[in-house]
Design a protein. Structure first.
Length: 215
């Protein structure tokens, strides 16, 4: 048995695993779920399955916007090709700007088939925000809606930090995008440049179709 990594890297990987498993833990059938990638070298492995649907839109293995926001690298991914009830995301990608967990900026993308997304939103949007305001963003070949609102417990209309998230739609796929909190967020120690309209808009505008794997 391989020894588990230690130090900041192990903290990041643990959070990545928990974030991913939190989204797929309610699925009653997980046969076909790809193992979580644990290093940058195999982070894309779960996206290589020809049976994976929907089409994969991503930010590349690295994402370096030219507008002052920090660059991000793909650190984790998962995919599910078996039937899932209730409907859940078919794939997820987690991007980070550093392996220093204490101050990491984590951005997550989740990919849904339109049918499963339609079934999901009958219950609720998969964002932990309320009192939302929306703004549309046109994309090349698609469209996005950016949501700004309060965290649970916050009151509508009060001053203070907001949370931002987005839903992007392309042919055959719906993608949710938002920043993931770390423990340091609770202490107010983390700069959150992607938790802003500029940040989330940059994410959805940077989405591109990943080449399909050869079956």
């Amino acid at each position: 048995m391989k020894r588990a990594p230690s130090g900041p890297l192990s903290c990041v990987l643990l959070v990545m695993a928990l974030v991913t498993l939190d989204w797929i833990s309610s699925a009653s059938v997980l046969v076909g779920a790809k193992a979580l990638a644990s290093t940058a070298g195999d982070a894309e492995a779960p996206l290589e399955d020809p049976a994976l649907k929907p089409p994969v839109y991503w930010l590349g293995d690295t994402f370096a916007p030219a507008n002052g926001l920090p660059p991000l690298s793909l650190a984790q991914a998962f995919s599910v090709t078996s039937p899932i009830e209730p409907p859940e995301a078919r794939a997820g990608l987690l991007y980070t700007n550093r392996l220093d967990f204490d101050h990491a900026e984590l951005v997550e993308l989740f990919l849904w088939t339109p049918r499963e997304w339609k079934a999901r939103v009958k219950e609720r949007l998969p964002f932990e925000i309320h009192c939302t305001k929306t703004r549309g963003v046109d994309l090349a070949g698609g469209h996005a809606v950016i949501y700004a609102g309060r965290r649970p417990g916050g009151r509508c209309g009060e001053h203070g930090p907001k949370n931002f998230a987005a839903i992007a739609s392309f042919p055959g796929v719906v993608i949710t995008a938002e920043r993931t909190d770390t423990c340091e967020d609770c202490r107010g120690h983390v700069d959150r440049p992607y938790n802003s309209f500029k940040g989330i808009a940059t994410i959805v505008r940077g989405l591109q179709l990943r080449p399909q794997p050869v079956s």
